[in-house]
Design a protein around this ligand. Structure first.
Ligand code: ATP
Length: 407
């Protein structure tokens, strides 16, 4: 390990829910301080305020913070810690900082906070400990928070506790509070100041008085729900797959809405681990062969289909397209072929031969699926990985069809 002192940004809050104001503040502070790592810490029981009625549980607030951390676009690693939630009693920042000082004995700690928190800091428990253990980085929550807002408190903290205080301006200030968002959500609105995936999580968990019927969602809400289940880096693929699947459905006479729904949900369980996948298989009675039981890549198609049907009320045709989107099968439906090939060659995919597939698929769907299957089989052989029998059967079936058609 290098001996270099790192700067660690520590951003705590109730995050009930975490919103784009928090996210912009985190990004802005990381940039201004040049931090090497950001810690997001949702509190357990905040000492300074009663949690509002209808608040999310600590577990849900933690999960929303994890989703937001993944979407933050910070230039440094971001970690979400549950140290305040796992500690009994009220969440005091001085205790958290003591724990973090042990964890990072040589690093520079910086506590990030907005105007409201900064102006009351001298009333927190052990402000002298807080100021001794960390620098304070404060930022305005509204455009009206200027120098005059911060100066007296900065002076006081310096004089009383020898605090190191840095006041920064946020380049992307979002003037919003969680209180406003809870009210908007309860009134059935979709607030702009919520990240799409955080909003999807709220819908799925029916938080803050939202009462979404997951089986009757509009496209935007279905996307939000699906994206809330996957990592940010996969979203361009799912979006590309949706666009491609709809285009292909229009070209080949399949139902574009079915293609869209199948594509939006096809990877929704992609990030579950083996244990979680197997437990879903048990819950939904999904039968697995020996290879599927140990191959994560194959399991997500089965569990994704089950979630699409059971939670989002999707039709048999859509679920079946999701079920076979990784392996294919003999005698695939039009929709199954479309999802299979859209997943393979959507615009964000980049591999040798993808251009040929893109050209072929709008001329001859079967030929493109055949080529996709052949390429997959070759690739698996290259890795020395076994090929699922359904994939071999799919190719065999299409080759026989081709022979029949060629007379
Ligand atoms: P509530 O409305 O429930 O009181 P909140 O929106 O104030 O919530 P908190 O989770 O209490 O959010 O805030 C955590 C930290 O983020 C605090 O330091 C707060 O000052 C800061 N903060 C909250 N909203 C913003 C915002 N829009 N811009 C910048 N900082 C913010």
């Amino acid at each position: 390990m290098s001996g270099k002192t790192r700067r660690i940004g520590i951003y705590g809050g109730t995050f009930d829910p975490i919103h784009t104001g928090h996210m912009a503040a985190a990004r802005g502070a990381c940039q201004a301080l040049g931090v090497d790592r950001l810690l997001l810490i949702p509190d357990g029981t905040p000492p300074h305020k009663e949690l509002a009625e209808g608040s999310a549980t600590p577990g849900d607030r933690l999960e929303m913070a994890r989703i937001a951390a993944d979407r933050l676009g910070a230039k440094c690693p971001v970690e979400v810690l549950d140290i305040e939630q796992s500690r009994a009693g009220k969440s005091y920042t001085c205790d958290t900082l003591r724990a973090l000082r042990q964890r990072y004995p040589r690093d520079e700690l910086w506590l990030l906070m907005g105007t409201d928190m900064f102006l009351t800091l001298h009333q927190w428990r052990e402000p002298e400990t807080i100021c001794a253990l960390a620098g304070i980085c404060a930022f305005g929550r509204s455009a009206g928070d200027g120098k005059d807002t911060f100066a007296p408190q900065k002076r006081r903290l310096k004089e009383r506790y020898g605090a190191r205080v840095k006041i920064i301006g946020l380049p992307d200030l979002v003037e919003v509070s969680s209180t406003q968002l809870r009210a908007a959500l309860a009134a059935g609105e979709r607030p702009d100041a919520l990240d799409e995936s955080v909003y999807g999580y709220i819908l799925r968990r029916r938080l803050y008085g939202t009462r979404a019927d997951l089986t009757r969602l509009g496209w935007d809400d279905l996307r939000a729900c699906s994206y809330s289940m996957i990592r940010a880096k996969r979203i361009p693929h799912v979006w590309g797959c949706e666009e491609e699947a709809v285009r292909l459905a229009r070209r080949w006479g399949a139902n574009p809405d079915d293609a869209r729904a199948a594509a939006i949900l096809h990877d929704c369980t992609k990030y579950l681990n083996l244990e979680e996948q197997l437990s879903l298989c048990e819950k939904y009675g999904i039968l697995l062969d020996d290879m599927e039981r140990v191959t994560l890549k194959l399991l997500h198609a089965k569990t994704g289909a089950a979630i699409a049907g059971e939670e989002y009320g999707m039709s048999e045709a859509i679920c079946s397209a999701i079920y076979y989107h990784t392996t294919g099968r003999a005698d695939m439906t039009q929709l199954e072929k479309i999802l299979y090939i859209a997943d393979y060659m959507e615009p964000s995919r980049d591999f040798d031969g993808v251009e040929r597939l893109r050209e072929l698929v709008y001329r001859d769907l079967d030929a493109a699926v055949r080529l996709g299957l052949e390429m997959t089989i070759e690739e698996m052989k290259g890795y020395g990985s076994p090929v699922h029998e359904k994939t071999l059967e799919a190719l065999d079936f299409l080759r026989k069809e081709q022979k029949k058609n060629n007379g």
